[in-house]
Design a protein around this ligand. Sequence first.
Ligand SMILES: N[C@@H](CCC(=O)N[C@@H](CS)C(=O)NCC(=O)O)C(=O)O
Length: 180
Amino acid sequence: MSKHPYVPPKVWRNDAASGGQFASINRPIAGPTHDKDLPVGKHPLQLYSLATPNGVKVTILLEELLALGHSGAEYDAWLIRIGDGDQFSSGFVEVNPNSKIPALLDRSAEPPVRVFESGSILLHLAEKFGAFLPKAPAARTETLNWLFWQMGAAPYLGGGFGHFYVYAPDKIEYAINRFT
Ligand SMILES: N[C@@H](CCC(=O)N[C@@H](CS)C(=O)NCC(=O)O)C(=O)O
């Protein structure tokens, strides 16, 4: 719980106890907390993810590609339990230094290409398979408009609203109104 009235300190320090339900994730520092390699399966695409709204974007695209007949989109899906800190393993941090799912390792290239940020993964897959991203300039731009909107605007505002409305230990009218 935060203290009232809250006066922001001159130098902010991480106080994990004030982090509410998500204190164990979204660490304000980078780097691995433990040494552990990621598992690798038999397919060229290795997906390290979890069924959150950011995670499912990638799984949906992979399944749509497979449904269209792109057999190269076969993938191994590995569960990353963010509540247990799997995103802070040395292996995961090598694929995404920002320690967030989804992350993809494209082993069809040599050396393998790491891809993180769900939007970057969607673009990588769309370009790799020549699908779901029109070639005509205007249509391509319109698609990218919405790709960037769903990366930069929708999760920030929707996530911010949900966080302050439901999860925040204190209900802050200003924050709720702003994100709504
Ligand atoms: N902008 C990123 C957001 C990814 C993200 O926030 N992932 C969350 C789950 S939805 C996560 O892995 N959180 C773990 C943590 O922050 O420690 C993307 O679109 O890939």
